[in-house]
Design a protein around this ligand. Structure first.
Ligand SMILES: [Cu+2]
Length: 222
């Protein structure tokens, strides 16, 4: 019995040791010409499925409709997140969702449609919240407006809690990744055919990976 207790203690210490050895990963996304790509989504899936980041991906996001744009243009949330839409323009907008790129919604998840009245001066913009909890919502959703065809936005719902948008330098940084094997995936709105995921080993040494798109993304109209 005593031996068993000791063994348990040793196991617990080993587990603590493993938890303390989290690694960091930097992923650069470049386009076909080698230029950095902003607002690409990088998803890291560790082989250790039980690992949880210290700072979880926020399960609540706000997307504004402002000056005929969805702001931010790309929103990354975990599956099950609540997304609040706010219309800050003085005229009405729709929020219409459809699968982005090659993605498909399942029959049980035909997307959502809502209309938000224009904002009255001096009052907060009208808002509606939706929950991304339906099956088939994993991946990218395209947002549009029936009235203003040029309006485009994206929600990326990630199954992995390690998912982030690239900065203006085209870089996404991940901390507290469990040591060991992990898969890196990249999503970008104009990359209609997914680029191959990369396998990486996260360890004590900072891992740096470059993912290159096969397209040059269009610049966003401003
Ligand atoms: Cu509109």
């Amino acid at each position: 019995m005593k031996a068993l207790t000791q063994l348990t203690t040793i196991s617990a210490l080993l587990l603590l040791g493993a938890a303390a050895h989290a690694g960091n990963l930097v992923v650069s996304v470049i386009d076909k010409d080698g230029k950095p790509v902003q607002d690409a989504v990088v998803i890291v899936t560790p082989a250790n499925k039980n690992a949880v980041p210290k700072t979880p991906l926020a399960a609540q996001a706000t997307i504004n409709q402002e000056k005929m744009q969805f702001i931010p243009a790309v929103t990354v949330v975990p599956v099950g997140a609540k997304v609040n839409f706010v219309n800050n323009d003085p005229w009405d907008h729709h929020v219409r969702s459809s699968p982005a790129g090659m993605g498909q919604f399942s029959a049980s998840n035909a997307g959502f449609e809502l209309r938000l009245e224009g904002k009255t001066e001096g009052k907060p913009g009208k808002s509606t919240e939706i929950t991304l909890n339906k099956a088939g919502v994993v991946g990218a959703t395209l947002l549009g407006c029936f009235i203003h065809g040029s309006m485009r936005g994206y929600i990326y719902a990630s199954e992995s809690p390690w998912a982030a948008k690239t900065s203006s330098e085209g870089v996404a940084t991940f901390e507290d990744l469990p040591e060991g094997a992990a898969q890196i995936k990249v999503w970008q709105a104009d990359q209609l055919i997914d680029i191959a995921p990369q396998q990486v080993t996260v360890g004590a040494v900072l891992a740096k990976n470059v993912m290159q798109l096969t397209v040059v993304p269009r610049r966003r109209r401003s």
